[in-house]
Design a protein. Structure first.
Length: 94
C-alpha cells in the first residue's frame, strides 16, 4: 500500500519554482524516479547502477540547463541596459 502511494506521489509532483529546467531534464527525472521505485522493489546491483547513472545525468543536465538560462537572462539584461530600458532591466534583475 505504501509503495503505490509513493509511486503516485513521486510521479505526480512537479516543482514550479525552477523555470530553467528543460523538458529533457524532466523526462530524465521521471526515469530516475521510476528507477528508484524499481530499485526499492528489487534491490539488485544492476538497478542500483542504473539509478546512479540516471542521477548523474539529471545533475549534469540540470546544471547545463541552469547555465543556459542564466546566459540568456544575462544577454537580455545587457541588451536592456544598452537600450536604456531600465524597467525591463529591473524586472530581469528581480
Amino acid at each position: 500500500m505504501q509503495l503505490r502511494a509513493r509511486q503516485r506521489i513521486l510521479l505526480v509532483q512537479e516543482r514550479r519554482d525552477r523555470p530553467w529546467i528543460s523538458k529533457t531534464t524532466k523526462s530524465v527525472v521521471l526515469e530516475r524516479q521510476k528507477a528508484k521505485v524499481a530499485e526499492d522493489q528489487l534491490a539488485s546491483r544492476s538497478r542500483l547502477e542504473k539509478y546512479r547513472t540516471l542521477e548523474g545525468q539529471v545533475k549534469d543536465s540540470a546544471r547545463k540547463d541552469k547555465q543556459n538560462w542564466m546566459d540568456t537572462i544575462g544577454a537580455d539584461m545587457e541588451t536592456a541596459a544598452q537600450r536604456g530600458e531600465h524597467r525591463q532591466l529591473y524586472q530581469l534583475v528581480k
